[in-house]
Design a protein around this ligand. Structure first.
Ligand SMILES: NC(=O)c1ccc[n+]([C@@H]2O[C@H](COP(=O)([O-])OP(=O)(O)OC[C@H]3O[C@@H](n4cnc5c(N)ncnc54)[C@H](OP(=O)(O)O)[C@@H]3O)[C@@H](O)[C@H]2O)c1
Length: 259
């Protein structure tokens, strides 16, 4: 399918690996010029080179912490008027909520709620005035379903979701859409490191912990960053202009509800 976005520009935050990288690849495949981002220079350059050589689009790597004002400024200097913004960031570590002090709480809220809101504030007027904009926030299945030890992630992302539910309706008539993608379990470095922690706690091997986790998913497997990225690219396409303010689960059936 031609997504109709060839020649558009996108900022894909936190995209040197994992889900962000999957989104960057899929947008590049659709002909979108990219700004990609991460804090590890070698990984970021490697991903930029890989995307350029796979899809022949322009890819500008921005080495920055997206949670900081300086990091956001660097992203917007590289691409002042993006047509597409993919909000992504690291997630808070798995931790019992009793262990979170005020600083840790505020850091989590900054990463997963304040940062995407700040970036949206900075791009939404220019998207609206040009009559095209696609904003996708990578959140989590934990917005709908509690995950042990990820309460801060759930709370901050639910805050973002509620905040954007109103904002999305204010720009829908300008062909600017804002949607959230809710990943279940996707095979990324973060998932593998969380599984490794769980394996240590349960005195089992990483492979057994992964198998146990997959067994709880109706699809009996983890998702791939590539399939996540393709869904994201579709939401950014010309065909998805009537989809806005939505929360789209990609979880292999893990969320056990009819609606
Ligand atoms: N994978 C899953 O199953 C899953 C499920 C639910 C929710 N999520 C959420 O989805 C998001 C992405 O997860 P993932 O699995 O793709 O993680 P990942 O494999 O660890 O990749 C994270 C990416 O973000 C970059 N990054 C992290 N913090 C950053 C920062 N402050 N500034 C700029 N770049 C940053 C990392 O590069 P550097 O470290 O070099 O900066 C890396 O490129 C996370 O918020 C995670 O909690 C993931």
């Amino acid at each position: 399918m031609d997504l109709g976005i060839r020649g558009r520009t996108a900022i894909v935050c936190a995209s040197s690996q994992g889900l962000g990288r999957g989104c960057a690849h899929a947008l590049a495949e659709a002909g979108v010029s990219l700004v990609i981002n991460g804090r590890n220079a070698a990984l970021l350059e490697e991903t930029a080179a890989e995307i350029r050589s796979a899809w022949g689009v322009s890819v500008t790597p921005v080495l920055a912490d997206v949670s900081t004002a300086a990091g956001q400024a660097a992203l917007l200097t590289a691409c002042p008027n993006p047509d597409i913004l993919i909000n992504n960031n690291g997630g808070p570590p798995v931790r019992d909520f009793r262990e979170l002090n005020r600083e840790a709480l505020l850091t989590g809220v900054t990463m997963n709620m304040v940062t995407p809101i700040e970036l949206i504030q900075k791009v939404i007027n220019s998207m609206s005035s040009r009559g095209f904009g696609r904003i996708v926030n990578i959140t989590s299945i934990s917005v709908k379903m509690p995950l042990a030890g990820l309460d801060l992630s759930s709370g901050a992302r639910a805050g973002l979701t509620a905040f954007m539910a109103g904002v999305a309706r204010t720009v829908a008539d300008k062909n600017v859409t804002i949607n959230n993608l809710l990943p279940g379990s996707f095979d990324t470095a973060r998932l593998r490191s969380n599984l490794s922690l769980a394996a240590k706690r349960a005195s089992m091997s990483d492979a057994d912990a992964a198998a146990r986790s997959m067994a709880n998913i109706p699809a009996k497997r983890f998702g791939t960053p590539a399939e996540f990225g393709q869904t994201c690219a579709f939401l950014c396409s010309v065909h998805a202009g009537f989809i806005t303010g939505q929360n789209i689960l990609l979880d292999g059936g893990a969320y056990p509800a009819a609606f």
